[in-house]
Design a protein around this ligand. Structure first.
Ligand code: PMP
Length: 452
């Protein structure tokens, strides 16, 4: 174990593991097959496991902790707020909530100046859709295949990845379209320009076939995350904005994973200068120190609810502890230049070094990303692009790769046949290189499964 980890901490970790296995019901898992990793300490870009080993956190805990673990300014803000006002009903006014809303409105693009707070991303998605339906008086929502929008009833039903099949009944009022994904083009496109153009033509056809007058909203992740970190080609998001406006459909940008700096801009849509009508956020808004999410709302949608009550609310909406954490997080990100740093590490370190890994390792079929948000897609054969895991699942080879990373001191985020590289935005260059060296070494186990 690392010398910073005491014997007491290790003993507490062992007890926690046993209690967890007896009483904690884990998400998305067969309970009997689990051997979850214990974390006994977390600081900056590192976590320490149940054996006291230090690991580089390239997952940011579900792409969440953008400012790293245990940031002292955020910890202090939560402590101060807890000592003063820990909880109030949403109907009252509270300084932490007011300031958090002001900061979100200031950073959000265009006229997204009003904020409805939630406790998580899925709730934000549910409320954004409800707002769009009430604003337009239409019912249908169009969502993308290969997307992830959350685990609650409606959010999982607009989700377009295999995960939704766990509880998908096929919700009434949800239709799907193919988003652009240049590496595995549904449109047989050969260039990003073709992919963008054909994906837009396809979306317009879906809108027309569904009946434009029935469609309330198109929901899209600004950079689809969990389902593959595939960056939309130039022109696509601008085209979706134009199409939705033309047909009187609202554009909901889901920024739960990429919002607040992950891609090197405050929001993913900022890469294309696109202003959606509704924008969902969570995770990065306060780095997950206390659960918080929300919907940023345009003036036009806001005006729908000036005379008419919005039918929806949550006991913990705009919780003071969560909002105090958001204010401290956003201020720390600004003061420490973390968003610019994310952009820099993407162009100077992560992009070039991951492309080098692709040259060295035949199992790496594609690398792609922006800022501090990258995917390494693993294939059995580069020519056929056969993935190293079945659609919607993980394979023993991916499990072996994840295990090798952990053994060498790196915590990656594994999704289907991909490793997602999403370190805290303020990870030092030295730690990034150390993590990438480990990845380079770990990928050797996977090369054995690739045709070369
Ligand atoms: N939308 C996106 C784009 C997400 O990445 C996620 C979570 N990974 C969600 C929604 C759901 O957020 P939560 O898990 O906080 O409900």
């Amino acid at each position: 174990p690392d010398p910073s980890i005491s014997e007491d901490l290790l003993a507490a970790g062992r007890t926690a593991y046993e209690l967890d296995r007896s009483h904690v019901f884990h998400s998305w898992s067969a309970q009997g097959a689990l051997d979850p990793m214990t974390i006994v300490r977390a600081e900056g870009s590192h976590v320490w496991d149940g054996e006291g080993r230090r690991m580089i956190d390239f997952s940011s805990q579900m792409v969440n902790t953008n400012i790293g673990h245990s940031h002292p300014a955020v910890v202090a803000a939560i402590q101060e707020q807890a000592g003063r006002i820990a909880t109030i009903a949403p109907a009252h006014v509270n300084d932490a909530r007011s300031e958090a809303a002001r900061l979100v409105a200031e950073l959000a693009p265009g006229d997204l100046d009003h904020v409805f707070f939630t406790n998580a991303g899925a709730e934000a998605v549910e409320h954004a859709i409800r707002m769009a339906r009430l604003h337009t008086g239409r019912d249908k929502v169009l969502s993308a295949y290969r997307s992830y929008h959350g685990g609650t009833d409606l959010a999982v039903n607009v989700t377009g990845s295999a995960r939704r099949f766990a509880s998908d009944r096929g919700a009434a009022g949800v239709a799907r379209f193919f988003p652009p994904y240049t590496y595995r083009s549904a449109f047989h496109a050969e260039t990003p320009e073709q992919e963008a153009g054909r994906a837009l033509e396809h979306l317009e056809q879906v809108i027309q076939l569904e009946g434009p007058g029935t469609v309330a909203a198109v929901i899209l992740e600004s950079v689809p995350g969990t389902a593959g970190i595939y960056v939309p080609p130039a022109g696509y998001m601008e085209g979706v904005r134009e199409l939705t406006r033309r047909y009187g459909i609202l554009f909901i940008a889901d920024e739960v994973m990429v919002g607040f700096g992950r891609t090197g801009r405050w929001f993913g849509v900022d890469h294309w200068g696109v202003v959606p009508d509704l924008m969902t956020f969570a995770k990065g808004v306060n780095s997950g120190y206390v659960p918080l999410g929300g919907v940023a709302i345009s003036d036009a949608v806001y005006d729908t609810f000036t005379d008419r009550a919005y039918p929806g609310g949550l006991t913990y909406s705009g919780h003071p502890l969560a909002c105090a954490a958001a204010v401290a997080t956003i201020n720390a990100m600004k003061d420490e230049g973390m968003v610019d740093n994310a952009a820099r590490i993407g162009t100077e370190i992560l992009g070039p070094r991951l492309r080098q890994l692709m040259e060295r390792h035949p199992a790496v079929g594609d690398v792609r990303g922006l800022g501090a948000f990258w995917a390494v897609e693993l294939v059995r054969d580069r020519a056929t692009k056969e993935p190293l895991a079945p659609y919607g699942g993980a394979s023993p080879e991916m499990g072996e790769l994840a295990g090798e990373c952990k053994r060498l001191g790196l915590l990656p985020f594994v999704s289907e046949n991909r490793l997602h590289i999403a370190p805290p935005l303020n990870t030092t260059d030295e730690v990034l290189h150390e993590g990438l060296d480990i990845l380079d070494q770990a990928l050797e186990v996977t090369d054995a499964h690739a045709a070369g």
